[in-house]
Design a protein. Sequence first.
Length: 368
Amino acid sequence: MGSTEMDGIIAKVESRERLGMDDARHLYRSGDFHELGRLAHIVRLQKHPEPYVTYVVDRNINYSNICVCGCRFCAFYRAPDQPGGYVLSREELAQKIEETLSLGGTQILMQGGHHPNLPLSFYEEMLRFIKDRYSIHIHAFSPPEIAHFARLERCDVPTVIARLRAAGLDSIPGGGAEILVDSVRKRVSPNKCSAHEWLDVMEEAHRQGMRTTATMMFGHEEEPDDRLEHFFALRDLQDRTGGFTAFIPWAFQPSNTAISRSPETAVSYLRLLAVSRIVLDNFDNLQASWVTMGPKVAQLALFFGANDFGSTMIEENVVAAAGVHFRLSAEEIRRIIEGAGFVAKQRTMAYRFVESENGGSNNSSAQG
């Protein structure tokens, strides 16, 4: 690609002009690494001119690892008759939530496998158990789980979402997106919902007034254009609903999985992160992925478009099952953010600031 064409794309980004697929493809394939970082940081500062980087104190609770999907990228699940399968008891769930609250946590991220024998009432009762006892935000049940519940219950997705909301569900995480291209999904997760179904669950959640996040797991068996198609599918939905609070891309971890390949490098992660910040112009927030890339790369991500450091991950099991074991406390996250020259701000799922130790207000918005 000639320098004149690239100069034109750069000028579009700098003037806040929306990129189409051809421009995004050229930028992703041919853009200079440092120039991509510069452009993504410009977009980030346009959205968030204040020197804040946010994070959330929460815990990943996997209520069960029993799953019938058999996704080739997953090292965490157990088949129904396989040793090591579990469903958390109410006592175990309560202990995990109490520990989270004692550490200043404001929410739990709760996901599990596609259990073949648990009715929708099980999940409703679990939500009510939590809400009856604890003041905590429940960010739970990814779109594939909700589609799975609907199939088991023989009802439609709007009914499932409405029933879960009534039982106490506050928001929906973007898990299970992987790559939103069905040709890829058929190879790596053939028993999971389609890309269209994933998007439909999110659109329905937004229609019912729920906020959600969006994710991408890249670096397995997809092509660069598949990643871009994923971005544009999310951007189109966000144009219609405005219901996504953040985008979180993370790199596939191949150890202990059925996909044999080398992990993504820091450079490939930062390139993708930068392009996502530029293309997803209607997303307010972009999260760094320290859980998969480590704290040093995540700190660099703050100059490649990210304005959020994600979660403290008081507990994390899925990535750990693939052999990656980064751990950070809230204090360490604040130190990393401040070491990059930003001001660390704890937030909620909706990107509202949490009252700090020095008495700061929690009524301020974390969105620029």
